[in-house]
Ligand binder design. Structure first.
Ligand SMILES: [Zn+2]
Length: 439
């Protein structure tokens, strides 16, 4: 199906909308997403949609809008978040909330995470009506508050309190991206699952004293020994069938003879032989096992005082199917010091959608048509997004901003000079529009 669409004009409109959207500072905390929700609602109302602003409180809102389809198939929900992380203005080439349009890019905090993708979804949604397309199923547009701080005022709250308005069978969200020119290939990597973050605080206590006379129970010594054991510890490799398929697809894209060896490597026992080498690829390592990063160590206040406490924080990430309590027991064994206290600071369970559902096939078809040279590589994400709340409700959720970013665009996310190219905007809108029109 071909629609009469002027893509150049649509992309310019998207860039101008994104520029205004970035100017609304929604740094979280505190978020203040209400103004952003009203901004999006205004655009939708001007084109005779009926958006609803779901008020969490006076300053924080979420926005939902429905476009009726012809059939009764389960709705497809386009998901994004309106809040952004902070920015240190002095490090940037442009003011982070200026929304500058220059050099073929829209610049500013949120350009990629996640206001740019939100605008792609908005434009695709508007175009359904403009082009007179009636999709088979209802299409829902949802822009959430509070993704960057856990979703308590956003996705978690909306799903809990307004499920009737957002009940969807399928969700397209952030979480995966396309990247151009990685290892000589363009890769389009939709995420079908996410690892679960488990943040743990460790505490050792002892008697404080003068640094000139060492004490037998210096908490720093005990913590240092425990952390050394953790740092040396290799969690076991658990090869999920979905991850096996990821590795096989990567193998196929490699040059001979690696392409020939790859299928052999992808079975449990052989994989174990390559453990040490696999540890070296951070990305591959993270999808093969539960991981532990020591992220904070705090103790002491003066050079000659032995402190009475030493704290450390571990950022652990669990694979889908893994059990938190089992992992905590395992960790206790590694620490091997009953006097070190362990406290769970935060935990979100891992989440998973079937990797080869019809939804994924439809996504593959659309993306392959519009980006014929890209390798389509469904992925497990080491990080987490709002998708988990929808998976808990039974929806199939995939994370993909369907355009090919340059590596330096990806690196600008949560960093300095965040920006998105016009080419990416156009590509993303086109893919999302085709997905809505054809799925
Ligand atoms: Zn995000």
């Amino acid at each position: 199906m071909e629609h009469e669409i002027n893509w150049k004009q649509i992309t310019e409109e998207a860039a101008s909308t994104l520029s205004s959207y970035i100017k609304i500072n929604t740094t979280n905390p505190p978020g203040n997403e209400r103004e952003a929700a009203e901004f999006l609602a205004g655009i939708l109302r001007r084109e005779s949609f009926e958006p609803e602003v779901l008020r969490f409180n006076d300053r924080r809102s979420n926005l939902v809008c429905r476009f009726k389809g012809s059939g009764s198939d389960k709705p497809l929900l386009l998901l994004s978040h309106m809040d952004v992380v902070g920015a240190v203005a002095s490090d940037w080439e442009v003011a982070p909330f200026s929304g500058a349009i220059k050099g073929g890019y829209v610049w500013g905090r949120g350009a990629i995470d996640c206001k740019g993708p939100g605008v792609m979804e908005l434009m695709a949604f508007l175009m359904l009506k403009r082009a007179g397309v009636t999709p088979k199923r209802d299409i829902l547009l949802l822009a959430n508050a509070d993704e960057e701080a856990g979703g308590g005022a956003g996705a978690a709250w909306v799903v809990e309190n307004h499920w009737d308005k957002v009940a969807a069978g399928f969700v397209l969200n952030e979480g995966g991206v396309g990247i151009s020119g990685t290892y000589g290939h363009d890769l389009m990597m939709p995420c079908f699952g996410e690892k679960g973050p488990l943040w743990i605080q460790l505490k050792a206590r002892g008697e404080s004293g003068h640094g000139s006379m060492p004490t037998p129970d210096n908490p720093n010594n005990r913590m240092a020994a425990a952390l050394a054991r953790i740092a040396r510890y290799d969690t076991r490799i658990k090869l999920m069938p979905e991850v096996r398929d990821v590795l096989l697809t990567i193998g196929k894209t490699m040059k001979f003879p690696a392409s020939l060896i790859a299928p052999l490597v992808v079975n449990g026992p052989v994989l174990n032989v390559f453990r040490k080498r696999l540890n070296r690829s951070r990305k591959i390592n993270a999808i093969l096992r539960n991981t532990i990063s020591i992220t904070n160590i705090r103790a002491g206040f003066k050079e000659n005082v032995i402190p009475s406490e030493c704290d450390a924080v571990l950022d652990c990430r669990l694979l889908p199917g893994e059990d938190k309590d089992g992992f905590l027991e395992e960790l206790k064994g590694v620490i091997a010091d009953p006097d070190i206290e362990m406290k769970v600071m935060q935990y979100h369970s891992p989440s998973l959608s079937p990797a080869s559902d019809g939804f994924m096939q439809a996504l593959r078809k659309v993306v392959s048509r519009n980006n014929p040279d890209a390798v389509f590589l469904p992925m497990l994400a080491p990080g987490y997004t709002d998708s988990r709340f929808f998976r808990e409700k039974g929806a199939i959720a995939y994370g993909l901003v369907p355009c090919l970013f340059a590596q330096e665009e990806i690196d600008s996310m949560h960093g300095t000079n965040e920006r998105i190219s016009m080419r990416c905007l156009e590509d993303g809108i086109r893919n999302i529009f085709d997905m809505c029109a054809g799925f």
